[in-house]
Write a protein that binds this ligand. Structure first.
Ligand code: ATP
Ligand code: MG
Length: 367
């Protein structure tokens, strides 16, 4: 994917015309307005803000912490940051959650021959491999306390010490870390070092869940469909309007990855060129019941109504209901509404929602 300037879009953006394959298989013309930022497809304002941050930070050496639910595109962001950094070295990804602690230490920092049983030769670590480039520390929240200490030292002093060696080797590595955990909660629970937390999140990038990205579900569905069609050499496939609407109404707990996998499967299994609502799995259609609440018809008076006020009021009502149902536990309420906790907290603050007196917990009796 090229990353040249497209029209008056900022660097990194591609206009829809560069995505010719995407528009070919679409059922509507809406895809014409889409943009791809270094291969990341989105048209929603929350993601445009993310792209603006990437633009600003990519060419600095600043550590970036990418936060977001599973499947929201954290690795794509890391790749975009590296691609746009112009650093001459390579991008080296490490999944800290998938490698046992003892092996991870030697993977990251390398080892000397004889450092432990089985260390038959010297081995260079991934920090050295990433010298001049970027290391992507995925699932950083899973890193053990011992390695957190070592990582902090690398970040502060820019040197690595291979296992079994007393020599320090200097490295010039840009660190991008990612997690789907609430890292601050991990700090408070004593599982993640506070000093490392601050060191990592110099620039935090919080990715919204797919269900919070307005207009992106259809856009991405059509994008993945056209990609899969290219691969399968099946041309002219499209999703019907009803199918797109059903996809838009589903919750996508697995985010973009879940949508991508489903659309690719639908493309493979489709007999003709049309993918309709009947082709979707039942669990996608079941979530329709939620839209029924939203779709309850309102009477629009002759002189009209204030759309924004009404939507705001409805949002406040839903948030208050969820808070009330969860005994005003924001984390649980956010989960009920399939929102990020921070998004919910922001909305509560903005709307000035307060716990009513009658729902307050009684004061503890004085001993
Ligand atoms: N905005 C997007 N545009 C196009 N493809 C996307 C987008 N976001 C995610 N994807 C695709 O979705 C899949 C999951 O993305 P990625 O691996 O970056 O997510 P993740 O947040 O790192 O997930 P996990 O937490 O499970 O590791 C990948 O195939 C990626 O290419
Ligand atoms: Mg990932």
């Amino acid at each position: 994917m090229q990353t040249t300037l497209a029209g008056d879009l900022p660097a990194g953006f591609l206009s829809s015309t560069d995505l010719s394959t995407t528009t070919r298989s679409t059922s509507s013309r809406s895809a014409l307005h889409q943009t791809s930022f270094s291969g990341i497809i989105s048209q929603c304002s929350k993601m445009q803000k993310v792209f603006a941050v990437i633009e600003k930070v990519a060419q600095t050496n600043s550590t970036v912490l990418v936060l977001g639910e599973s499947g929201t595109g954290k690795e794509l962001i890391a790749r975009a940051l590296h691609r746009m950094s112009n650093r001459p070295g390579r991008l080296v990804p490490v999944n800290c959650g998938a490698i046992p602690e003892e092996i991870l230490e030697s993977e990251l920092f390398g080892h000397e021959r004889g450092a432990f049983t089985g260390a038959t030769s010297n081995r260079i670590g991934r920090f050295q491999l990433a010298d001049g480039g970027t290391i992507f520390l995925d699932e950083i929240g899973e890193m053990s306390p011992k390695l957190q200490v070592k990582l902090l030292r690398v970040l502060q002093e820019k040197v690595v010490e291979p296992v079994g060696s007393t020599k320090s080797l200097s490295v010039d590595v840009r660190v991008v870390a990612a997690t789907n955990k609430d890292l601050w909660e991990e700090v408070q629970a004593g599982r993640f070092r506070e000093d490392l937390y601050y060191r990592l999140q110099v620039v935090p990038i919080e990715l919204p869940a797919l269900r919070e990205r307005e207009g992106d579900i259809s856009l991405l569905a059509q994008h993945f469909l056209s990609q899969e069609c290219e691969e399968l050499n099946k041309h002219g496939m499209f999703l019907t309007k009803d199918a797109l609407r059903a996809l838009e109404n589903y919750n996508w707990q697995g985010n973009v990855r879940e949508l991508e996998n489903l659309v690719r499967r639908l493309a493979i299994l489709a007999d003709g060129s049309e993918i309709s609502v009947e082709d979707l799995p039942p669990y996608v259609l079941e979530s329709k019941s939620e839209c029924a609440i939203v779709e309850t018809p309102h009477v629009i008076p002759e002189d009209g109504l204030d759309f924004n006020n009404l939507v705001n009021a409805y949002e406040s009502q839903l948030i208050t209901m969820a808070l009330s149902k969860t005994n005003w536990n924001k984390k649980a309420a956010a989960k009920l509404l399939h929102l990020n906790r921070t998004t919910l907290v922001e909305k509560i603050k903005k709307k000035g929602i307060e716990r009513p007196e009658e729902e307050r917990e009684p004061a503890r009796p004085q001993l």
